[in-house]
Write a new protein. Sequence first.
Length: 575
Amino acid sequence: MIHPTRVKTILLAQRALSEKTIDDFIAKAQRKDTNLLTYLIDQKVIGEQELYDMLAQSYGVQFIDLHTFTLTDDLRTLLPETIVQTHEVVVFQRDDAAHVLKIATTDPDDLQTIDFIRKKTGYAVQVFLTNPPSIANVARQYHSHIEQEFASFQQPLEQGGQLSATDIARNIPIIKMLDTVLDYAVFQNASDVHIEPTDQQVIIRFRIDGVLRDVMTLPKSIQAGLTARIKVLSNLKLDEHRLPQDGRITVETQQGNIALRVSILPVYDGEKVVMRILDESKNILTLEQLGFNELALPIIKNHVVKPHGMILASGPTGSGKTTTLYTILNILNTPEVNISTVEDPIEYRMIRVNQSQINPKIGFSFASGLRALLRQDPNIIMVGEIRDHETAEIAAHAAMTGHLVLSTIHTNDAVSTVFRLSEMDVPSFLIASTVNLVIAQRLVRKICPHCVQSYTLTDAQLEDISKQYALDQVMAGFSKLKEDLSEVKTLKDITFFRGAGCARCFDTGYKGRVGIYEIFEMTPAASQLILQRQSKTDLFTQATKDGMITMVQDAFVKAKRGLTTIEEILRVTKE
């Protein structure tokens, strides 16, 4: 439905209602948990036809009523039911001569979906405004048609016939449904697709910019077929429903090859499927594109060219550690060096890099893989993760004996990495002499550039921030990165930014992600403290004296520059 802010703007422009009256109606609609447009029509504040005529005029489109429209088979195949239900948009006419589709939607601002239809069909699109009853009429025809297809498909079973799981997986409606889900996930830049069975339906969610979002619901009757189709494509056992299974699918799209890492887990109402989307056609980003600040870049570039030592990326799962290491590998990937990796799993394929995937079932672990790599005459080694004493010690010895070792480790900040290695019984002298650099990181959502607006902090917001962070340390970060602080005494004097929410960002105010970083460089002073087994506080104090920008400082500078919001910083840096 059209966003309330847009409806308000249109009504004010037409002088249909006063601003105070509209604001009252918005509040009442929110209390009833309904859309403003629906509320105005239900309460007969404005006639439905009059209201839609005003809306259509403001969008520069025509209004069309489809509540008696009959859907034909050729139009049904152009747009799947899932898109019709989720985004309230239908194709009601096709002109093959002009290669144009006429589509009707309840929200002409939904540019993402309109662009998706244009790319998926290859037709030009002419947009019309319609109302929810029109969409409901068309959606019912989709639903009844799919029910008929499933009924005819399941008829052999009811008659005592035998229908294999492979036959179910090759059912045309199932294939189309899965193709549409995957197409739409790629189109929306989702990183994961969750297919979750409940007792009455199947819920599909996408993880977009690190946050899960409900996308569509499907009939419970398609659950078995959809899961079977995914199992067939990823070469998994069709008759295994009690144990978890993992697989991989490669899908060809117009944008290039997409790899899907599939995980199937038995749950109470069936089998939950999670597919991680890995876009193999995407170019690897540069350090600048990842979001490293101007002080961190020269430090990283200086250590990347060193012939030996360890560069570690730390942070929780999903914080972009592997992407950072791949970016560094891409810089190092030249014909003069031998690069070998042992990963779990191999997320991106890189030409001229010897990548191997661990397999614990047959004893191929990070430790055994790392031992084997050392016999392959490597110059540079990447280990997917250091998670035990054996892997940590082999990696440290490799770094000491002339290899550059890259790896990830799970710690909350950069300095803690030193103590995590100590907990894995790596000797202090090895840590001090082999660790060159630790990059701690998180991912924050970027403000949508189409609806960005500025604001200053209130006293209440400032108080909330002060409970989480030391404000003097936050302000020190601005000075270190040479931000303009003229006439600025506190955070209240700084202009920050946020997204108001629009159709292009699905009313979230965010579009895309960027990293916030903390770079710990092993200086002679820091090395001495490690050898003397000093505390974490002492090491952190020394690191900041040596010029380390903390993750929170980097985040607040990015917020001041309009890249992210204070709310995002609070969300991802809470401990």
